[in-house]
Design a protein around this ligand. Structure first.
Ligand code: GDP
Ligand code: IMO
Ligand code: MG
Length: 426
């Protein structure tokens, strides 16, 4: 096996960073394919914690790491992240950026804030990193790409054109101060000079590595339920955190993929607004938040917590054709008695076999639960499945049975080594 896609199977923050770092040790390259610095991926090695937003998690173990064309990159934030990592002793000479990657600018961040405020009671709860507006410009064919930052003339034309549009909106509609096109242009040009050594044809390089039989990890951000098409729209992000997004976001064909690993938290969390049927607004929810340290890696917001939702994971496994699952944060459930799993939703007394498209319909769905016995033993030192309490194994078996995809990895702590491997995937 030589290619592995790592995907979030819920609403993000499942532990993709941890698992990407784990597999990066064995890989010849890691490539991130969508999202921007709305992502926050944590990698913990020994006593050191790294928080990555744009830089692929492969850099921590110095594996060549690529920013794919499906991402949107705020170059100012990227340069800051490079500096923080470099100051922390991480060598970033192994990093590459696709020339086709779209750029998040100052005006995208302004528009993200304005769009959110206009939604009043229907806010999405975005990370305000300009992600939606940058993907909108891409789809609208007025985006600025990394290669534009290396071409002063082209960059100036594009920035001036876009800022003119944005200023019309800001001054005529939103009653705000205009922004200065020259400042945006000179800031981006300066970023281009700093990022020049990293910019290359990522799709072509990854394709060559795949053809040479090298081991490649595709690192997803966010999760399937935040997918622009298949998530809980409009409470989603603006990219495709699904297996399809991995191939279109890098520029390789779907046949080059061997394994698709869904990262699944042993319960459910969500940051931001939007439906969450198994959410717990009680002391069990608070327990999960405290025990699991469920606070956003990017924005610090408390994450909403709830029971494991198999209807969600089954749906996201289908969307991406997941071949294997990694269950993370099993240790967070220690001490909860009893545990509950939502096995499916019912609408008007009938069990649903897929996930509703309409949020009104979703609001009428009833999550149906099964109770399972919990455990109290500390499982954070377990290094094989046999070392887990029988009830923890039973909990995993039930998830596997209901979702219908094999569990190949179990994570029992945040550190790189707190990982139980059941099947070799790369
Ligand atoms: P990502 O966005 O999917 O990469 O996930 P985040 O890094 O945003 O959030 C996952 C959090 O859980 C991080 O703080 C990780 O260090 C932590 N984590 C990952 N796996 C485990 C685990 O098995 N047990 C515990 N207790 N924490 C974990
Ligand atoms: P990682 O990669 C969790 C959520 C935001 C908001 C919605 C849209 O760390 O799992 P956006 O800024 O993308 O327009 O916000 O998506 N969101 C995430 N939630 N983990 C993430 O990334 C997220 N990235 C975006 O909270 O609800
Ligand atoms: Mg995260």
């Amino acid at each position: 096996m030589s290619t592995l896609i790592i995907l979030g199977a819920q609403w993000g923050d499942e532990g993709k960073g941890k698992l990407t770092d784990f597999y990066a040790k064995k890989a010849d390259a890691v490539v991130r394919f969508q999202g921007g610095n709305n992502a926050g991926h944590t990698v913990i090695v020994g006593d050191t914690t790294y928080k990555l937003h744009l830089v692929p998690s492969g850099v921590i173990c110095a594996t060549p790491s690529y920013i794919g064309s499906g991402m949107v990159v705020d170059p100012i934030a990227l340069i800051e992240e490079i500096k923080t990592l470099t100051d922390g002793g991480v060598d970033l000479s192994c990093m590459h950026i696709s020339a086709r990657t779209h750029v998040v600018t100052a005006y995208h961040k302004i528009m993200d804030g304005i769009n959110e405020n206009r939604l009043e009671n229907n806010k999405i709860g975005t990370t305000k990193r300009g992600i939606g507006p940058a993907y909108a410009d891409k789809a609208n064919r007025i985006g600025i790409r990394m290669h534009d930052l290396l071409d002063a003339e082209e960059l100036r034309l594009k920035v001036y054109h876009n800022v003119e549009n944005v200023n019309l909106l800001l001054t005529k509609i939103y009653d705000q101060e205009p922004i200065d096109a020259e400042t945006v242009y000179t800031d981006l040009l300066a970023c281009g000079e700093k990022l020049r050594p990293y910019i290359c044809d990522v799709g072509s390089e990854i394709d060559q590595l795949i053809n040479a039989g090298k081991k490649i990890v595709f690192e997803g951000a966010q999760g399937a339920m935040l997918d622009l098409d298949f998530g809980t729209y409009p409470f989603v992000t603006s990219s495709h955190p699904t297996a399809g997004g991995a191939v279109t976001g890098v520029g390789v064909g779907p046949k080059s993929i061997d394994r698709i690993l869904g990262i699944v938290k042993a319960y459910t969390t969500r940051v931001g607004e939007g439906p969450f049927l198994t959410e717990l607004m009680d002391e069990t929810g608070d327990f999960l938040r405290q025990q699991g340290r469920e606070y956003g890696t990017t924005t610090g917001r408390p994450r909403r917590c709830g029971w494991f939702d198999a209807a969600v994971v089954k749906y996201s496994a289908r969307l991406s054709g997941m071949t294997n699952l990694a269950i993370t944060k099993l240790d967070t459930l220690t001490g909860i008695e009893p545990l509950k799993i939502c096995t499916h939703y019912e609408l008007d007394g009938k069990a649903l076999s897929s996930y509703p498209a309409s949020l009104k319909e979703l609001a009428r769905c009833k999550p149906c639960y099964e109770e399972l016995p919990g455990w109290t033993e500390d499982i954070t030192k377990a290094s094989s499945i046999d070392e887990l309490p029988v009830n923890a194994r039973h909990y995993l078996n039930r998830i596997e049975e209901i979702v219908g995809v094999k569990i190949s990895v179990v994570s029992v702590g945040p550190e790189r080594n707190s990982t139980i491997i059941l099947d070799e995937l790369l």
